[in-house]
Design a protein around this ligand. Structure first.
Ligand code: KG4
Ligand code: ZN
Length: 364
């Protein structure tokens, strides 16, 4: 601790990004990123059309020590000058999480610093507070390749899940539709690019769960509808591909507007005294411009302050893990070196998985 300032090294290895970062937090809660290094494994996984766990774990192992050294050098710090070491301890691909968490334990032990085992989702949830003053409680929409959920963020370590996906994550749906259309991985950016030249009204696709009084998501029926449509069309012209992409994106945007309205109602019922709650959107899909327009419209309509952190901090990174570590350390929330990596770890521990466990539980 240096004049009320904490310096935290963060490590992220839960999916296909190997990342290390150093952040500073002052005693008023202001954050600053001193370094933020992300190595994407896209090329390693691209031939398989998705992330291969064994390849991911091996790649983390091959690159992590170099990335950490680079993050420390850019921050101009030695391990002794740190106040803590934070690493993602789950949820994620277990092999990768073990690599990062074990590395963090070794550094914490060698440098005699506290270890902070961070829930990856808490990293996403608290990122906005690294960038600006955002008071609790706020509404979080997390839309990535692995997660699709609404949370009320009530405080550090205090979450209330309002809704989640009962099958596929939204980013996963974009990726699967891209695959059906013969586009590469990750599919979201390509679907968005092609959709710009397409007719969003040419094909009527389902709006899953629209009008339901909860704010859960479902995307597998929509994906199946796209598969059947592609099958019916047979050989796809460039215009067909663009029209399917645009129609899919329109269905997602429509669904999102509906689910968002429900989430705001639930938030307002839980916190009636919060006049202008913040809506934070995080995860890779937050980069989608069509959806961003939906969030802007909803924010204006419902009186929310919309915050979409820059793409670099919305997608997986270690600055968010270091920051969550700093926020936890400030509250004295540190972990024992015996803490275990977890494939599943819901933010809202009190809540059972929405629709049973198994495959759905991990995404819930
Ligand atoms: O948060 P992220 O980088 O990684 C995790 O899943 O944790 O999110 C990646 C996901 C992928 O499924 C990708 O297709 C999707 O975000 N994505 C997009 C866009 N950019 C990335 N989906 C729709 N539109 C985009 N522009
Ligand atoms: Zn993530």
């Amino acid at each position: 601790m240096h004049n009320g300032t904490t310096l935290i090294l963060g490590i992220e290895t839960s999916c296909d990004e190997t990342a290390a970062a150093v952040v500073r937090r002052d005693d008023e809660g202001n954050g600053e990123i001193l370094s933020n290094i992300v190595l994407s494994q896209l090329k390693e996984h691209a031939p398989y059309g998705g992330v291969v766990p064994e390849i991911a774990a091996r790649a983390h192992l091959n690159h992590l020590d170099r990335l950490i050294a680079q993050a420390m050098a850019e921050a101009g710090l030695t391990y002794r000058e740190l106040d803590g070491v934070a690493a993602t301890a789950g949820p994620g691909l277990l092999g990768g999480v073990i690599v990062g968490l074990t590395m963090a334990k070794a550094i914490a032990l060698a440098a005699d610093k506290p270890l902070i085992a961070v829930n990856h989702l808490e990293g996403h949830a608290l990122t906005a507070r690294l960038l600006e003053k955002v008071d609790f409680p706020y509404l979080l929409l997390l839309i990535s390749g692995g997660h699709t959920q609404f949370q009320i963020v009530e405080g550090v370590g205090r979450y209330h899940r309002l809704g989640t996906t009962i099958d596929d994550a939204l980013g996963e749906a974009f990726d699967k539709v891209a695959k059906l259309l013969g586009l590469g991985y990750p599919g979201g950016p390509q679907v968005e690019r092609l959709a710009r030249h397409g007719d969003p009204q040419r094909f009527a696709l389902p709006r899953p769960l629209k009008g339901r009084k909860d704010c859960n998501f479902s995307f597998s029926g929509l994906k199946t509808a796209v598969r059947e449509l592609v099958h019916q069309l047979g050989t796809l012209s460039d215009q067909d591909v663009a029209d399917v992409a645009a129609s899919f994106e329109a269905a997602v945007a429509d669904t999102m507007a509906d689910r968002l309205t429900m989430a705001v109602h639930l938030f307002r019922a839980a916190h009636p005294s919060v006049k202008t709650p913040a809506l934070i959107v995080a995860g890779g899909v937050a980069a989608n411009q069509k959806l961003k327009a939906v969030f802007e419209t909803a924010a204006a309509l419902h009186g929310l302050t919309l915050i979409v952190p820059p793409a670099k901090l919305c997608t997986d990174n270690a600055a968010m893990i270091a920051w969550a570590g700093a926020e936890r350390l400030a509250l004295g929330l540190t972990d024992d070196l015996s803490v275990a990596a977890r494939a599943r770890w819901p933010l809202d521990q009190a809540q059972a998985p929405a629709y049973g466990s198994g495959k759905l539980g991990a995404k819930a």
